[in-house]
Design a protein around this ligand. Structure first.
Ligand code: UDP
Ligand code: MG
Length: 311
């Protein structure tokens, strides 16, 4: 196969100053035989990440930088990268070397055989805490249970997309809060390359417990309205429980009028139970209303402070 195409590599970076050099070394080695552009999207780093990238951009004009004013989040950084990319194939990859650039040629080979979405799939995840593995597994199971779009297991944001797919993403009117789902939704020809996920080179993960939970909720809410249906079921369930409770009390009164107890424990439990269900339901509805509100506000998804090596 000839290498007469443009490859874009998009890398969201947030406080990764010590990873920039080793990452660029590994990446440029892996893709040197291709005609490439490397687009770093600096998601409002507070350290020297942007300065480091600029240093390399000064030496190699195929290394480009988009800098945000502040941290807009990983998915927004990906979004800006897709917008700016010109490649026939676009690869997104993390900067911490957890995603090995060495497998890029294999991904490109698949793409050259007509696959439009090539995911890098994690075979094993060494060096990640049990907690991270557990939360990740709960996340994938929950999202696939609730979502109408299948979300591939153990697949992160390390993937190759054909230009057609990138154009589809760019034309979406919605705020892309969960690219994994958006990419899988249309059912493009898809394949996988397997790799073992290593430890982060330096620094700490930016996805702590609460961020993971929020990310999971974003994913679920943008791909399913099943939680709303679920709250209807909750309503039926608690209504039925209450009704059975009343029947039971009437029967008890009729059969054993002398033993009829007038307690408040039952009452208290019922109120707590129903109160809980009501709050959950209001919360679920609120989540969707919040999403609608954000969409109609139609604010820019991110603001670009600077661009380097874009002609
Ligand atoms: N990242 C980002 N903005 C953020 C958080 C993370 O651009 O708000 C980048 C980060 O620099 C890295 C990639 O997204 O290149 C993945 O983040 P991380 O390694 O923290 O996630 P994990 O691999 O632990 O899931
Ligand atoms: Mg990482």
């Amino acid at each position: 196969m000839d290498n007469n195409f443009l490859l874009s590599v998009v890398i969201p970076v947030f406080n990764e100053q010590d990873n920039v050099k080793p990452f660029i070394d590994a990446l440029t080695l892996a893709i040197k035989k291709y005609n490439y552009e490397i687009i770093f999207v600096d998601d409002g780093s507070k350290d020297k990440t942007a300065a480091k990238v600029k240093q390399y951009a000064g030496k190699n004009n195929r290394i480009k930088l988009i800098g945000f004013y502040r941290n807009f989040g990983h998915q927004m950084a990906l979004s800006a990268g897709y917008e700016a990319s010109l490649g026939d194939a676009v690869i997104t990859i993390d900067a911490d070397l957890q995603d090995p650039p060495e497998i890029i040629p294999q991904m490109i080979e698949k793409w050259q055989n007509g696959i439009k979405v090539v995911y890098a799939k994690r075979k094993e995840r060494r060096g990640e805490s049990y907690f991270k593995l557990l939360t990740a597994s709960v996340f994938y199971q929950l999202i696939n249970m609730l979502s109408d779009t299948p979300i591939p297991m153990d697949v992160g944001d390390f993937r190759l997309l054909d230009r057609t797919v990138v154009d589809y993403l760019k034309n979406l009117k919605e705020t892309p809060s969960f690219f994994r789902g958006l990419v899988s939704w249309p059912g493009f020809p898809t394949d996988y390359i397997y790799f073992s996920r290593k430890k982060r080179l330096t620094g700490k993960t930016h996805y702590g417990f609460f961020k993971m939970i929020n990310f999971a909720l974003d994913g679920i809410m943008s791909f399913s309205v099943k939680p709303l249906r679920l709250s209807t079921y909750f309503g039926f369930l608690s209504g039925l429980t209450g009704f059975l409770g009343i029947l039971y009390k009437i029967v008890e009164r009729l059969l054993h009028p002398d033993q009829f107890t007038v307690g408040w424990t039952g009452l208290f439990t019922a109120i707590m139970f129903l109160g809980g269900i009501q709050l959950i339901t209001i919360g679920i509805i609120g989540e969707y209303i919040g999403k609608i509100y954000q969409e109609i506000q139609n604010r820019p998804r991110y603001l670009i402070k600077e661009k380097v090596n874009f002609s």
